[in-house]
Design a protein around this ligand. Sequence first.
Ligand code: ADP
Length: 587
Amino acid sequence: MNPKNLLCSLENMESMLNSFSFEELSTAEASHLKRSFQAFKNDLEQKVFGEPGSVAVKVKKESTNGNSKGNLGPSPNMLIAKVSHEIRTPLNGIVGFTDLLKEDGLTSKQLEKVNAIQSASYSLLEIINELLEYSKLSTGLEDFDTIDFNFQNVIKEVTYLCKTLITDKKVTLETEIDPDIPGILVGDPSKLSQILLNLLGNAIKFVEKGSIRLRIAVKQKVKHQIRLEFAIADTGIGIPESKLPNIFNAFEQATDSTFLKYGGSGLGLSIVKQLIENLGGDISVSSTLGVGTTFKFDIPYGLGNGKKAGQAQEPKIKKEKVRQSIKGMRILVFEDNLLNQRLIEERLKSWGCTTFITENARYGLDILEKTGLDAILMDLRMPEMDGFEVTRQIRQNKDATIREIPIIALTADFSLGDKNKCKEYGINDCILKPYNPDELMFTLLKNRGKNMELTEALKKTVVNRNQHSKRLDLAPILKDCMGDVDLLQELIQLYKQNALEFIGSAKTHIRYGDFEELGLAAHKIKAGLAMMQSHELHAIIVQIQEACKTQGDVKKLQSLYSCFVDEYSKTELNIDQAFLEIKRKGK
Ligand code: ADP
């Protein structure tokens, strides 16, 4: 059977399945059946159509043969999920490294170029986001910003970028901006860039020799609103008249050979149209084959309050504070992509954080057991054990400090399901790749506190547990002393002496940041605590030792120290009472 016919039959089966009354089955069984069928169909479609990039064209060929277009291509969700991950992961590397480059003291020319790369990457990202939210757009659920932005800057960035796209071509790009357009407008600048980049990108693609003109004029101006008209005219190959009415439809291309010669998905114009309409505007096209094409659209904008863009100094200051606050954090990163491993290492190092990077879940879990950490950055997709499974294991650890460690997911996939799953598994935060450094910085800061809160929580549990615990039983220790109460008293004396000595010396070591000495002092007292059945104190000492090994953070050590002091006073009281009990019994 021809694979496409097979898919057609499957399509029929699917609609039958959907309309079938599942009286015999429970709702869960019926939905399970539907899900299995959908998964099977998706797998099959992928096998028949191969890589997602080629899908659109194949679907179109079907329609030009006069057959029903149906839904033979993969569902947008399936296409999106695959493309998204493949693009976002390398894009994360590009955006991240350009961020790092910008911190290297570049010349203004270099900076301009790096900005262009970034801008391009972000536009690409924006497009992926649009793809990901394709269904959202059609249902009008897309989010649109309404912010003050510098209109001239947006146009300057877009045209600069487009000029870098015109390579080896005898093509000129001219811009004509109505001088009546105010400097600051209120609206969504990134959507405007996306629209322009799409249309200018197409023009560049379809003009071999000639010109592209971007004209922006004021179409209407009322009180607080201005309607701008944009025209992008090119002298390119043009679009056949018969294709013009459908050119804004998804997956539509002018001719069957367009894809072979120029590539593309046929999604750009449909996204542009939906964006413009959502922004309150309209788009039209006129074209003559072999002469050129003009796209015209208009968008309303609010008028800015006259404040000049680029005045925002505040976030910078705040950023510096945040940077200081995350300095010294010890972060374990689960990441399997080499480029991203290097990127995150450099990024975190530049903020003064200590990093442990691994793609191997078991090795990471091992580090976690042996090292005191402040946070975990978790790639959700890893080859051997995925991020959810690693998180599950961490959240089940018997040690509270490990179990409660903040986990921040880094994911290249967009899915609401994943977000819910993150919550379910106890992932504290989620960052979508590629992320900007500020986002990572703020998220780390937000979660840093949780570690301190944990120590406080530990303090409370220790205290509570102690308050409710039964009296300490010294009988087994007395047995070890062969019933010699005086020997037991001597032991208790020694125990108290050691503990007080530790309390005194630890304070000094913490004050001078002498982690090695503090670690040694902790080691010295550990055996005595275990012998005297001071389990809570023992647990705190283990944490202090761990924190010392990684040149621990002082705040955490201070908190553990005060935890120890509190707990010790209660333990001492318990021991004294238990000892009195023994003495009373002995009399
Ligand atoms: P893509 O460019 O990815 O194929 P678009 O939706 O942006 O998708 O464009 C759809 C089709 O419209 C293109 O494939 C091309 O055939 C035609 N087209 C768009 N812009 C132009 C243009 N400026 N000149 C000629 N043809 C164009």
